[in-house]
Structure formats: C-alpha cells, structure tokens
Design a protein around this ligand. Structure first.
Ligand code: ZN
Length: 278
C-alpha cells in the first residue's frame, strides 16, 4: 500500500493545516482578520464564518481531527472554536484558549488543555508542547498580556483576548518531524534547543534578527524551513495576487541573510492553501 502523503498548507499568519490524508490537524486558524479599527472602544470582534469556510474549502479541507492554538490573541485563536465545532474536532491550547472555547459552547470532551511536558496522539501524529513566552510588541510591552480566566463569550472586544501561555509545538510523524516555533527568538538555553526536525515552521514576525533565527536552522538540522507570520494580519486575506506583507517584517532581508548564511537549507514561501510536501 502506498504511504500516505504528509502535507502542509498555510492559512495565513501562523495558521496551517497538516494532513497525512488520514488525519488532519489545524494550527492557529485566524482567517478572520481583526483590523486596527476593531480595537476602538465599544467595538467587538467575532469569527467570520463565511471567510473561514471559504479558506478551508479552498485548501481542500473536508475533515479536521484536532485544532491546536499557540496563544490566545485574536490573530491565533479567533476562528479556533468555530473550526472545532464545525468539524467536531478537539481544541488544544492553554487554559486561556480553553476559556475561549468554553465561551463559544465547546464542551469539556472537546477541550484539551495543554501543558509543558505533555504529549498528545492524534492519528499517527504525536504533538508535544514547549513553553516559549510571547515577545514584547513594542518597548518591552506585550499588549493583552495575562490570562483569560473565565469563559469568553463572542462577540467581545479584541482586548479581551489575553495571550495566556505561549507554546511552540513539536509534531512527530512516521513520515517526518516538524517543529512549529511560535516566536521569533532563539536563545542558547531555550526548551527547543535539542529538538531535531526535518521541517521547521518558523515565526519571523517581531524577530530578534534573522541571524538569531538561523541558529534554529542549525539546532534542528531542518532540510526545509517555512516562514510564518509575515502577512499583514490587520488586513483581509487576499484571494488573488501578492500576499500583503506586515510592516517591518522585511522578508527581503530575511531571504538575503538566509541565502548567505544558510545556503544549504531550502526555504519555501507557499501562498495561502498551496500544498507543500513534507
Ligand atoms: Zn500575540
């Protein structure tokens, strides 16, 4: 029997689909974009079901077994409860993410709180969580810091989506191992330092420097790197044409530094829903 193919499809920001044709995992679904004006007083946000349905259909997603979220800001969690409910999938994440799910009617058997040191099996995938604290947005300040301590109903103010804990996930599969690093920083003693991976899914927004992130290419020994979190998450996802880049994310500089300092590594920049074999 032919082996099932393992594939990656980007859903924008750090959202993606991983599937081996038997089991499908979704991470950080946030196709609903929360704009700057949505942060004004008395304004509320909620998952845009038509937008989510459009992108999942375009990505060819017909079933989902599990939804994992790295932290509870809107640009990572906003569509997670809707996706979990629609596909009867389990939602995995911090206690804050659990409260986002609870507030939108997910019951306890659909919620799996994640903690460091834990490992969860979904089909042939095994997912482990590592603590990688959120980096400050500006001047040492992380906006919407702290936890969501009670069920968060929807719609609600975007400011109520507090980050909670931030996890990076290591995904093992018989066909290859994948590290999803949720923050743009590598330190010599961080919890990801000993993980080997064939594919590195790497957050490049708000990175310390490209050189710093190249350290992770080296520690993982990844053959393929897929940068994440460089599109403009304040704007609606473009259905045609070039991806809108986030201000200051400097993909040009990233590409240039990588070609000089990590020439042997394949860096792939798929469009939304464009399949990449792993
Ligand atoms: Zn965040």
């Amino acid at each position: 029997m032919a082996q099932a193919k393992l594939s990656f499809k980007w859903l924008g920001i750090s959202g993606f689909v991983l599937s081996d044709e038997k089991t499908t995992l979704v991470f950080d679904p946030a196709m609903t974009r929360v704009g700057l004006l949505d942060f004004l007083p008395f304004t509320t946000v909620q998952s845009d079901k038509d937008e989510v349905d459009y992108w999942l259909e375009r990505c060819g997603v017909t079933s989902i077994d599990a939804v994992f979220v790295n932290h509870a800001h809107t640009d990572h969690v906003i569509d997670a409860p809707y996706v979990a409910r629609k596909f009867k999938a389990k939602l995995y994440g911090s206690s804050s993410v659990m409260n986002v799910g609870r507030g939108q009617g997910l019951n306890n058997d659909q919620l799996q709180e994640v903690s460091v040191g834990g490992e969860w099996k979904v089909g042939d995938f095994t997912i482990a969580a590592f603590s990688t604290p959120h980096l400050p947005h500006v001047l040492g300040i992380t906006l919407m810091d702290g936890d969501i301590t009670s069920p968060l109903t929807s719609p609600t103010s975007a400011w109520n989506y507090r980050a909670g804990e931030t996890f990076s996930y290591y995904i093992s599969h018989p066909q290859g191992n994948i590290l999803f690093q949720a923050i743009g920083r590598v330190t010599d003693d961080d919890p990801l330092k000993d993980l080997k991976a064939d594919t590195l899914l790497l957050t490049i927004a708000n990175r310390v420097s490209t050189e710093n992130l190249i350290k992770r290419f080296n520690t993982t020994g990844a053959k393929t790197v897929i940068p994440l979190h460089y599109d403009n998450f304040f704007k609606k996802m473009k259905r045609e044409g070039e991806i809108d880049e986030f201000w200051g994310v400097k993909t040009g500089e990233f590409k240039e530094s990588v070609s000089k300092k990590a020439a042997g590594v394949k860096v792939v920049w798929p469009g939304y829903c464009e399949g990449v074999g792993i």
